[in-house]
Design a protein around this ligand. Structure first.
Ligand SMILES: *Cc1c(COP(=O)(O)O)cnc(C)c1O
Length: 368
């Protein structure tokens, strides 16, 4: 059976190989007689799954030893509160607004700390990236928060800001939910990276928080214990029962990423090269089509989430129903933006983007 290509923004498509492996192991994980869902998180079987997943993620992203990897719950939206509770100490923070997700983060943080919006692209309808040199950073911020890939507006930071060079001593916090594991991370610029798993890593229910050790231990006293980074770290992410099955699935995805190595490229390098090729293919076609348009500035277009519009929006429904018939699923844009959105995460093969472009050409020829 060939499956349709799934362009969902999240929960999103997973590598087919991973789904097959999970299916094969569903009733009996490696001779244990148990499904991973049925295992104690404290048993030796699950502990081995958990350790392997963390080791593989550390290898893929070259996470330095002085960073903790926390496997939490609540998603990135819960992190909007959990982060300031852990890092802000009730003081001042900087937020850069580049789309819906960072806007939501800044709004939630205001319940727990002072929030300075250091830069915003709202006046450009979230289609640009404010030049790093223009950010109005505070002198005393506990951290600077950015969303390094705006899933809804399709704006990506292709290089993370170097806060020290911008005159800030604060650690950078990135919400990287929708492009984590699509490229290497420059840890010299990052204090905390967090993201929900359901875009590029696994099923929903798992939230990764990768935090530099010196940032632990400053949580407000009202912080729920299960969300206190220090307590979670001290308990190897097992203070409460972690999302065990999602953790296992993420581990299978990490192994799949490692297997993508080819030629002189590591798994993550091969994944990044493929992401660039897929995104270029789609943007190049959109830009030259005369039928479709992407409104994001070329210097900050997301490789993962590509919103686009038909010049004749009365054809939207016909476009979507034809796409579904052609085996191209979940292309409808986010309701706040409209139009279409193609999310082409790691699990989307080049063939899927080729099929989409083929369909778009065909549709344009018929209706142009
Ligand atoms: C999807 C997403 C979120 C929201 O994640 P939840 O799991 O619903 O909390 C937040 N930020 C970004 C960048 C996202 O892509």
């Amino acid at each position: 059976m060939t499956r349709p290509f799934n362009f969902s923004a999240g929960p999103a498509a997973l590598p087919e190989e991973v789904l097959h492996q999970a299916a094969a192991e569903m009733l009996d994980w490696q001779g244990s007689g148990m499904s991973v869902m049925e295992m104690s998180h404290r048993g030796k079987e699950f502990i081995s799954i958990a350790h392997q997943a963390e080791a593989d993620l550390r290898e893929i992203l070259a996470i330095p030893a002085n960073y903790k990897v926390l496997f939490m719950q609540g998603g990135a939206i819960a992190e909007n509160a959990i982060l300031p509770m852990n890092l802000a100490r009730g003081g001042q923070t900087d937020y850069v607004v580049t789309g819906s997700w960072s806007q939501k983060s800044a709004k939630e943080a205001k319940k727990y700390c002072g929030v300075n919006v250091a830069a915003s692209n709202e006046a450009d309808r979230h289609t640009t990236l404010p030049a790093y040199g223009t950010w109005q950073l505070s002198d005393d911020a506990a951290y600077v928060h950015v969303c390094s890939n705006e899933t809804i507006h399709g704006v990506e930071m292709h290089e993370l800001p170097d806060l020290e060079a911008l005159g800030s001593k604060a650690p950078l916090v990135i919400d990287c939910s929708s492009h984590i594991a699509s490229r290497p991370i420059d840890w010299s610029r990052v204090g905390v990276a967090y993201g929900g798993a359901q875009k590029n890593i696994g099923p929903s229910g798992l939230t990764l928080v990768i935090v530099r050790e010196d940032l632990l231990g400053h949580a407000l006293s009202i912080t729920p214990s299960a969300f206190d980074y220090q307590i979670v770290a001290n308990n190897d992410s097992m203070y409460n029962t972690p999302p065990t099955y999602a953790w296992y699935m993420a581990g299978l995805v990490f192994q799949w990423i490692k297997r993508q190595q080819e030629g002189g490229l590591s798994g993550i390098e091969a994944i990044e090269a493929r992401a660039i090729a897929k995104a270029d293919l789609l943007y190049d076609y959109i830009d030259t089509s005369g039928f479709y348009v992407n409104k994001v500035n070329v210097n900050c277009r997301s490789r993962m989430n590509i919103p686009f519009f038909l010049n004749n929006e009365s054809l939207n429904d016909a476009f979507l129903s034809g796409a579904k018939e052609a085996g191209l699923l979940q292309l409808k844009g986010h309701k706040s933006v409209g139009g279409m959105r193609a999310s082409i995460y790691n699990a989307m093969p080049l063939a899927g983007v080729q099929a989409l472009v083929g369909y778009m050409k065909h549709f344009a020829a018929r209706h142009g």
